[in-house]
Design a binder for this molecule. Structure first.
Ligand code: GLU
Length: 466
């Protein structure tokens, strides 16, 4: 079997979106599954709309998702000579001709066609003129007048297009720059691309591209058009449905593993399995298992996957992605080991790293603030004795571990004739400021003796100040 070569060719006119990332992922997985090559190509021939920031944003997002490419990034604007060479081939073989029709003339003819109820189409006015290149002239592909072009799509099956419906496409604009449909074919031929996997918004371009392949005498790649992604209301995913750019998800505290896992399931399935490791995906990914109907992106599913991956990670691994979110909240700096300790207590209760960073506040700040309702309810005078005893006995503890702590708490509760549960909540409020937190002994273990004692003393002050 010939080696597989896939490509991802984003146009740098914005950030990497969910749909683009899924296309990149499918191409990447297919290449990895077949031991092939994955090429990155930047389609920047629309010079007005392409920006360097977009290129950087796309590369950053791909790197974050760890979709590594084997070749590139190539830039189409650096390959104009190659397109020129192929354009000449088409002119020489009679498959392309120069056209001098001005945009105004074209517009007038288009309007006339519509007024007469005909489908607007370039009528081939310049076909017989035998023009050469010149200012304001464009190069058009000479399409067949009749017959059909059949796209044998790996995902959608065969689709036939009537050639008479296809225009004589402009392949080189008057500024000398190749258009998308032409550049993409030249690139895919010269880069040896064997499989073109892309969104089905490109289906209508494909017959035009197939005709260019044929005119150039090149072998066709396999085509697979992946159905669109929809939002929960079953309309195409857009800003209305929430964040669409990959980096926004990073900023919202999602892990790349979770987003990838969510993306792969948008169109591809393997029985009813939902969670896949990267190596499992590489092993199992095939185009046969990509569905024909649009898939639906839901935030709920992504949150569920993210919670899963957060829980599964070693706490140490979450420190680096968490750090920027801690800095954003102006928390004082703490060593990695301390943060990892705090993470361990929050993994099972955080769906995103943003939730985790928020929940971590009491571990990070020097002075906590009491939630007034919680303090009013639990830091009451009847707790005075409990706090006095805790402060004195915890100060005396040599070993500050869970077992020793539990013994102290139990003893005090017993001596003062209160239930352990009644002691726990006021202490929790004193240590965290609120009534919701990880297990008390886990918190104490992370905060350490010094901080615990300081906060218990503050709690006692509050109790006595009433
Ligand atoms: N630059 C095109 C896009 O971003 C690529 C389409 C293709 O894969 O051929 O939609």
């Amino acid at each position: 079997m010939e080696p597989v070569i896939t490509r991802f060719p984003p146009s740098p006119t914005g950030s990497l979106h969910i749909g683009g990332a899924r296309t990149a992922l499918f191409n990447w997985l297919f290449a990895r599954n077949r031991g092939g090559k994955f090429i990155l190509r930047i389609e920047d021939t629309d010079v007005e709309r392409s920006t360097e920031q977009s290129v950087k944003a796309i590369l950053d997002a791909l790197e974050w998702l760890d979709l590594t490419w084997d070749e590139g990034p190539y830039f189409q604007t650096k390959r104009l000579d190659v397109y020129r060479e192929y354009a000449e081939k088409l002119v020489n073989s009679g498959h392309a001709y120069w056209c001098e029709c001005s945009p105004d003339e074209l517009e007038t003819r288009r309007n006339a066609a519509m007024a007469e109820g005909r489908k607007p189409k370039y009528e081939g006015t310049c076909r017989p003129k035998g023009l050469g290149p010149g200012p304001k002239r464009v190069l058009r592909f000479r399409g067949p007048d009749s017959g059909a072009t059949v796209l044998r799509d790996i995902i959608k099956g065969p689709i036939a297009f009537d050639n008479s419906e296809l225009d004589d496409l402009v392949i080189v604009k008057s500024d000398g720059i190749a258009t998308y449909n032409f550049a993409v074919v030249v690139d895919d031929i010269t880069m040896g691309v064997t499989h073109v996997i892309r969104g089905d918004d490109h289906v209508n371009n494909t017959p035009r591209q197939i005709l260019i392949y044929r005119a150039l005498g090149a072998k066709l790649p396999e085509f697979g058009h992946v159905p669109m992604i929809h939002g929960e209301d079953r309309s195409p995913l857009s800003k209305r449905h929430g964040a669409t750019s990959v980096i926004e998800y990073k900023n919202m505290g999602f892990l790349p593993e979770a987003l990838l896992n969510c993306l792969v399931r948008l169109g591809w399935s393997y029985g009813d399995q939902e969670i896949f490791s990267r190596s499992e995906l590489i092993e199992k990914f095939t185009l046969e298992n990509v569905g024909k109907s649009p898939s639906i992106f839901t935030m709920e599913k992504l949150l569920w996957l993210n919670a899963h991956y957060i829980k599964e990670k070693n706490p140490e691994e979450l420190v680096a992605p968490l750090r920027p979110l801690l800095v954003l909240r102006n928390y004082p700096d703490k060593p990695d080991a301390y943060i990892a300790g705090a993470v361990r207590t929050l993994q099972a209760r955080s769906r995103t790293l943003v939730e985790m960073a928020e929940a971590m506040r009491f571990y990070m700040v020097d002075e906590i603030e009491f939630d007034p309702d919680a303090a009013g309810k639990f830091l009451t005078l009847e707790m005075r004795e409990v706090f006095v005893r805790l402060i004195s006995e915890l100060s005396a503890l040599e070993v500050f571990d869970e077992k020793a702590l539990e013994t102290v708490f139990r003893q005090i509760a017993q001596d003062l004739g209160v239930k352990l549960g009644k002691v726990a909540q006021p202490v929790r409020v004193a240590l965290t400021g609120s009534t919701v937190s990880p297990g008390l002994f886990e918190i104490i273990d992370v905060l350490g003796k010094k901080t615990v004692l300081e906060r218990l003393r503050k709690g006692l002050e509050y109790i006595q100040g009433q």
